[in-house]
Design a protein around this ligand. Sequence first.
Ligand code: C2O
Ligand code: CU
Ligand code: CU
Length: 439
Amino acid sequence: RSRDGVLEVTLDASPGRMRIGGRNATTLGYNGGLPGPTLRVRAGDRLAVTLRNGLTDPTNLHTHGLHVSPEGNSDNPFVVVEPGDSFDYEFRLPADHPPGLYWYHPHHHGVAAGQVFGGLYGAIVVDDPLPIPVTRERVLVISDLTLDSAGNLTRSTVAERMHGREGELVLVNGQLKPSVDIRSGERERWRIVNACASRYLRLRLDGQELHLLGLDSGRFAKPEKVDEVMLAPGNRADLLVTASEGSTALRAVPYDRGSDGMMGGGRGSSLAEVTLATVTVEGADAGAGDTADSLPAIPRQATPVDLRGATVTARREFVFEMGMGGMMGGGGMGFTINGREFDGGRVDTTVQGGSVEEWTLTNASQMDHPVHLHVWPMQVVERVGRAVDSVLWQDVVNVPARSAVRVRVAFTGFTGKTVYHCHILDHEDNGMMGVIDAR
Ligand code: C2O
Ligand code: CU
Ligand code: CU
């Protein structure tokens, strides 16, 4: 937690011995743990991180979703920290930075999927100016990995790198199927990050009342009563859980994110149901179930800017493609945006600082791509030809197979070069990433 507006922390990225599901395992981690420490800051704070690379490959650090400068030693995805080296990052959050749950992970092109899948991730909380009245707040970092019989990380197969690797073990805060105790009648705030490299999480907590406050850095005007929450890789949920009698489980239920159409049509194991945690509710129900009307007053955030009325200075289309179509052009595996694979030395998109643009994200392939833009959140304005009528700011927007989503982005606050990419990290490593320069 920050003090006097500053949080200084060292993150040591290295392999380590962990205890996972009652077994000894060797994974990656920050400061010997998985997930890494939760960093708590406030709008206006300075976050100073010394990153030490104890890995055998280059790495770096990305503060996913934070609205901070993409340049210099801030959230610069082009920084390379070689094995044995360290790097001093400094992230300055503007005074009007939206509160919410964010996260950090490595972003070195080509090895990002393996490093995240190996255990390198952690949560960042930007505190609410006014606390939300709940009995308890929990941060749940959900991730997955696969261990061999000796407890070592497995190597990914070509098929996994095409489709996006999904682990056999799905962990909550580094634990396999932990148990969570709640008291009946109490209300908790669960802040959940999908830190999986590729797995989609369609989360359910049957028998309990759920209200979604927001997703990513966006918050709904009013909490929305939901039965399930869908998190693509990189997404976060801000969820109120009102406990009522009866024990239950936090589950990820099947979601079909499509097939890569290659290698006999590899499909993800998001298709299988997983129990993430058992939830025991103690005590009997005090009375009638809660309804949205009986929710405590949620302190209002600053009204989100609505870009639907904004003057758009440029309209662009980004076509996400994979497989033979894309493979014709280059020598790689054919993961392209507008026909091109990532090249860090090239600028793909130049935007004017301060302007508002409308982007059409078109998925020309047979599987979903969760599209992520650094630094500037996106407002979804149209999904598959249907207008969207709530204002929600997200930094990962899922574009379903053979479909399109339209977003608007205000390039305010910072200038500089950064990236947009598919957050199935294997797709990103395989080239589905572009460089944007705001100036
Ligand atoms: Cu969470 Cu560019 O990544
Ligand atoms: Cu990011
Ligand atoms: Cu993708």
